[in-house]
Design a protein around this ligand. Sequence first.
Ligand code: SF4
Ligand code: SF4
Length: 75
Amino acid sequence: MAAKGKVSFNENYCKGCELCVAVCPVHILALDTSRLNENGYHPAGAVEPEKCIACGNCAITCPDSAIKVERLEAK
Ligand code: SF4
Ligand code: SF4
């Protein structure tokens, strides 16, 4: 069974570069264009967080260390 992950963002570290969006193999990350963080950027977030497979690509890629990925126990 595929691994499950829980991805979380420290929104105010995000500068909206979209690198995380590009490297997510299950395409669940996107910038929230309806909001701005405290630095004036659209913050990245998970659109369908339940589909995260805990690959860690986003956290490794983020130049600002805004993303944390936890691996959840397989059910
Ligand atoms: S850990 Fe992998 S699957 Fe989960 S959001 Fe990040 S890039 Fe996508
Ligand atoms: S890679 Fe980091 S800084 Fe860039 S959009 Fe994603 S969370 Fe924001």
